[in-house]
Design a protein around this ligand. Sequence first.
Ligand code: UD1
Length: 366
Amino acid sequence: MINIHLVAAARPNFMKVAPLYHALERAGWANPVLVHTGQHYDRNMSDAILEDLGLPAPDFHLGVGSGTHAEQTGKVMIAYERVCAKHRPDWIVVVGDVNSTAACALVGAKLWIPVVHLEAGLRSRDRRMPEEINRLVTDAISDVLWTPSADADENLAAEGVSADKIECIGNIMIDSFEMLRDTIEQASTRSELGLDDAGYALVTLHRPSNVDQRETLQPIVDALAGATAELPVVFVAHPRTLKGLDRFGLRSTLSDAPQVHVLEPLAYVEFMNLVTGARLVITDSGGLQEETTYLGIPCLTLRENTERPITITLGTNKLATADSLSGDLNAILDGPPDRGKCPPLWDGRAAERALASLARRSGVHA
Ligand code: UD1
């Protein structure tokens, strides 16, 4: 049996790990080992999502929790090095761009354990984003780079990565969505909130650059309160954002506006039920830019740049600011429907391609 560590840390990682975990389990030649670093620990940021995705309790839980970047990265490295010393895997698969991704890639590289980066090659070219640093570090030291789209292949080639390391497997998050599509459609989140299909805006925000300072959060909250004149707004708020709203006294701006629901984080199925029914999405999340492109739902991304440009060139995404939000929103509501195009290999079969890659590279004739 080939032992494969699948490292997951934070909410957006679980939907990328789950399809591969299930594919490895079915394959028969591999033993998938789930490693949870504990970067996210609230039930709806972690365990409830694992359950929705049919994942078992993690084989190793590092329990690192929150902290500064150095604290979090360091704690993950120390804890994961101990795991690898005792239970050395044949492969380590790290996903996404969170602190734990870079930390575990570093541990693997230094112990000469081959590391695969799932969702490699994305670049915002904005090194003020912690995630961009994590992407650069992880890609530089990984042995295999599984990319979601051709732009990522080009980024890696431009950085001098040799072609034999790069494999475009497509977007594995779409596999999770397709695996649970029926359950998502049958969930009752939007009907319980009394929302009409395609009749509300769904909002999520969590980037430090948007929510950690009053100067950035207040104009966004004001613009969202203004949007409620056009349609109901459902704001599913990350813990970091809830803290910002309280710290800067901005909750009342939202609660005083008509037709606003501010909700705590939701598990995957409940949340995706809200996504699939939305008229449009306003977000700063990477994953939602992709999910809305796949679903053909207009998306306004409150960021200066994106590491996922294909969601703009092919999909339904548009960059926005607090100032542009009201005009952008009205353009969507009044304009002709534009469902965009689905990028190649965002087809629910990325895990199959990942499995074939691992089999070939492990010398297994599956
Ligand atoms: C992290 C990732 C980001 C990813 C995001 C998804 C990094 C650098 N950032 O950001 O790329 O898009 O996850 O959500 O790795 N908190 C809770 N409960 C939890 C987890 C966090 O209350 O379960 C609180 C923490 O106390 C902290 C804040 O949320 O105050 C931020 O958590 P942290 O994991 O450090 O970063 P995120 O902002 O979630």
